[in-house]
Structure formats: C-alpha cells, structure tokens
Write a protein that binds this ligand. Structure first.
Ligand code: NAD
Ligand code: LMR
Length: 326
C-alpha cells in the first residue's frame, strides 16, 4: 500500500465541504489505490458541527481514508500537507457581489498563507475557493514567503465547467466533445468566458453557435451563473463548486489532456499584457505539476477590452487590501 497523501480542507463544516470531503474520501483525486489523510480546519464555534461530519465520514468506511485530523489551528491543519483546499470563508447572499466579501474574508487568507508557509510541504498545491477567490489567493501567496507563486491557484474551474455545459447544451453534444474553452480574469461578473478558440468535435465553435448567442446569451449566463444559483437555490453553489475544486486540483496534480487546456487563476507573468502581480484566470496547460499559461493565442480587440475590464477590477480589489500585502 502506498503511503497516504495529506490533504487539508478549510471550512470543513460548510456546505461545499459537505460534498468535497466525501468525494476526496472516495478517491476522486488520486484514484482507488492512493490512501489519504484529511486535515480538517474550522473556526472553534463550528467544531461541534464538524464532529458530526467526521462521524459520517467514518461511517462511510472508505478504505482510502487512513486518518482524519480535526482542528481550529491552521498550523496543525497545514502541517506537512501536500494539498490544501482553502474553502473556509463567508459566502455572499442575494444582492451582494463577491468583492463585498473582501473585508470579512481577506484576513483569513493572510493568516492561512503564513501558516502554510511555515508548516506545509514545500511543494504544497494550494487551491483557493473562498471568495473573492482571486484576491484571497494573492493575499495568501504574498503572506507565504517560504512558498512561491507556483504553490497557489484560484478556482476558476467552476466557470470553465459552466461554460462547457452551456455550450454542450446549445450544440446538443456531450460535454466531453468540447475543448479549448477559456475563462479570463476574475471570478466575478467581469470575467470573460471566451469561445473564440473553442472547438466542438474538432470544429470551430463560433460559426456553429453564432456571435449573437455568444455575446448576448453565453457570456452573461456564465458571468451571472453564481448569482442565479443563489437566487434560485437560496444558497450559493456547493456540489458544483466541490466538483470543480476536485477537477482543478486533479488537473494540477495529473496534468492536462493533449490538445486541450483548463482555466486557472494564477499569478500573472505579464502574458497578454495583463499586469504582473494579479491573480488572473488564464487558459493553462499542466505537465508534471508545472502550470504554463497558454501563449500566443490571437486575441481580438473586443476580447482584449473584456480582459482589461477584469484586470481593472482586480487592481481595485488589490488596492483595497494592500494593508494585507507585506
Ligand atoms: P459555508 O458558509 O457553508 O461554509 C464556510 C465554512 O467556512 C463555515 O463552516 C465557516 O465556519 C468556515 N470558516 C469561516 N472562517 C474560517 C476560518 N478562518 N478557518 C476555517 N474555516 C472557516 O460556505 P460555502 O458555501 O461552503 O462557501 C465557502 C466559500 O466558497 C464562500 O466564500 C463562497 O462564496 C465560496 N465559493 C467559491 C466558488 C468559486 O467558484 N470560487 C464557488 C462556490 C463558493
Ligand atoms: C459561484 O460562482 O457559484 C460562487 O462564487 C458563489 C457566488 O457567490 O456566486
């Protein structure tokens, strides 16, 4: 039997974790032959609820789950972990934008960045889901002097998956027939879900779906999907967020498929003229755990403008939390 991989999950008593933890315990990330140990972090007042979740995890008798650490101390939670899902943060309610959460959530990521820097494995992969995910990732990264940008990513996979689903429904094909979707920018209504490079069964998408559908239906649907789920379900997305978190971490750990890419919020290196030092979603390929921004894509003027808009929003968010950037 292989030795277990240690995975931290924050916000472990919350609604995303209620789906995420059971997927992880069932082997969703590394398959049926890789045992794991879950390190579960919560705030002190939520530990009793977490206790109930732990009972259920144990009652599932998952053979891959070789241990569970439960704590309210980030330094205990992140000790020697290989993977960290930073989910714990307040979700928005109806009528709020994700950036309205910055004030309440930002400090969490400064504290957790420092703890990861001090005690996690040096090659830890940290995926930030808690909103506003891009700027929270920047805060964590900047507070982790012993780690590097390659250790951190923000979740844009839910937007990527939403885009695949909308396109597959429109074209009447399977989601697996869709390739080369790109989400650019912030996980917010300024994000740019881009179909200009997308393919359906190897064919260019735009001539199939038409520019009007792309601009007037597809883009606003993806940009507003989170808000519409909140309005319809009464709570923010949870199962789809958990699935997206697993998908993003799995791509990061196992690599992307030949001929396709995934979308991921990473530290900008200036590609496509986007300011450095922002966590911006780009199309990326991944090999042996190394993430590379896809270079050289043709970007038309309208696409460029949309990317600039999201860049401007990320700059504003960054300015509003500059006291947390050492
Ligand atoms: P939730 O309120 O159900 O759960 C959040 C949990 O985090 C709570 O149990 C809370 O006690 C815990 N928590 C708060 N502060 C913490 C801290 N300092 N350390 C550890 N745990 C802490 O919320 P949820 O629905 O699970 O959503 C969690 C976050 O994920 C929200 O910010 C939400 O907006 C975000 N989200 C992001 C995406 C995305 O695509 N990036 C998708 C869905 C949700
Ligand atoms: C989502 O996209 O579903 C999440 O970010 C939750 C939200 O606030 O929209």
């Amino acid at each position: 039997m292989k030795s277990p991989i240690h995975i931290a999950v924050t916000g472990a008593a919350g609604q995303i974790s209620y789906s995420l933890l059971f997927r992880l315990a069932a082997g969703a990330l590394f398959g049926p032959n890789q045992p794991i140990v879950l390190h579960l972090l919560e705030i002190t007042s939520a530990l009793p609820v977490l206790e109930g979740v732990v009972m259920e995890l144990k009652d599932c008798v998952n053979p891959l789950l070789h241990g569970i650490v439960v704590t309210d101390d980030p330094r205990v939670a992140f000790k020697n972990v290989h993977y960290a899902f930073l989910v714990g943060a307040r979700p928005r309610g109806p009528g709020m934008e994700r950036k309205d959460l910055l004030e309440v959530n930002a400090e969490i990521f400064a504290v957790q960045g420092r703890a990861l820097s001090d005690v996690a494995c040096r090659d830890v992969k940290v995926l930030v889901t808690g909103n506003p995910a891009n700027t929270n990732t920047l805060i964590a990264l900047k507070n982790a002097p012993n780690l590097g940008p390659e250790n951190f990513s923000a979740m844009s996979r839910l937007d990527h998956n939403r885009a695949i689903n909308q396109l597959a429904e429109k074209c009447g094909v399977l989601t697996t027939d869709i390739k080369n979707i790109a989400i650019w920018g912030n996980h917010s209504p300024t994000q740019y879900p881009d179909l200009t490079h997308a393919k359906v069964k190897g064919q260019d998408v735009l001539p199939l779906v038409g520019k009007s559908w792309f601009i007037n239906d597809f883009i606003p649907t993806i940009q507003q999907r989170g808000a519409v789920v909140i309005k319809t379900r009464g709570q923010s997305s949870a199962a789809s967020a958990a699935k997206a978190a697993v998908d993003q971490m799995k791509s990061w750990a196992s690599g992307t498929e030949e001929g396709d890419w995934v979308s991921m919020g990473v530290l900008s290196d200036g590609s496509y003229g986007i300011a450095k030092d922002l966590i911006f979603s780009f199309p990326v390929t991944i090999q042996d755990g190394k993430v590379s921004i896809v270079k050289g894509l043709t970007i038309d003027d309208v696409s460029k403008q949309r990317m600039r808009l999201s860049e401007a929003e990320l700059k504003e968010e960054k300015a509003s939390i500059k006291h947390l950037l050492p």
